[in-house]
Design a binder for this molecule. Sequence first.
Ligand code: ZN
Length: 221
Amino acid sequence: MVILNPQFIIIHHSVTDGSYQTGLNIIKRQEQNFGKNSVTNSYHFMLTIEGHIISWKPENLMIGHCGVDGYSYSNEPCNANSLGICFLGNFEKENVPEIQFRAGLMLIKGLVKKYNIKDIVGHRDVINTECPGQNLYKRIPEIKKEVFKMPLEKWEEEVIKNAFNKGWIKDLDIHLSKAKESFTRAEVLAVLMNYNNSNDKVMIKKIVKEILLEILKEIGE
Ligand SMILES: [Zn+2]
């Protein structure tokens, strides 16, 4: 069966070691147990701790990876409307190696763009399971933040240009090409606190307040 329109990415872990060879062994074992064309217990992609991306099943093929079949037009993630990506390793115990995380991020970024993916979830969001392990699960917000970056709004562009004219930031193009999440808090605060366009003052005050409250919360005040 074909997925016409994947809307979700579901993240898994393998509860094995994370090597490339293990990835190949998983494919071999699955094919021995269920047959070469079986879609049972498989993933569209696997990511190794060496940073390899193993492309296993075609992206447009509905496979059994999350335990819920559902419908392609459902608003809940299920096999029929999602791509399954497995990070090889046991992330209930281990931390995700940075090279593996970056490879995953690159892969997911491309898929989100290609299919207009609307959400990225952990397997545990779909059914009662530990998968993808606490240490990978807790990094999903980071993945989402990175791949769903919003383009700059007009007022943000003006803030950046203003800051550039005043010499607070050095490279205009770099800042304009980055989404807002790419700025450090210090940069944002420095720009916002010195920005004097009265039309935007209310919004700016609100943002500065939010950022300050967030920082205070983090340092435990
Ligand atoms: Zn899983």
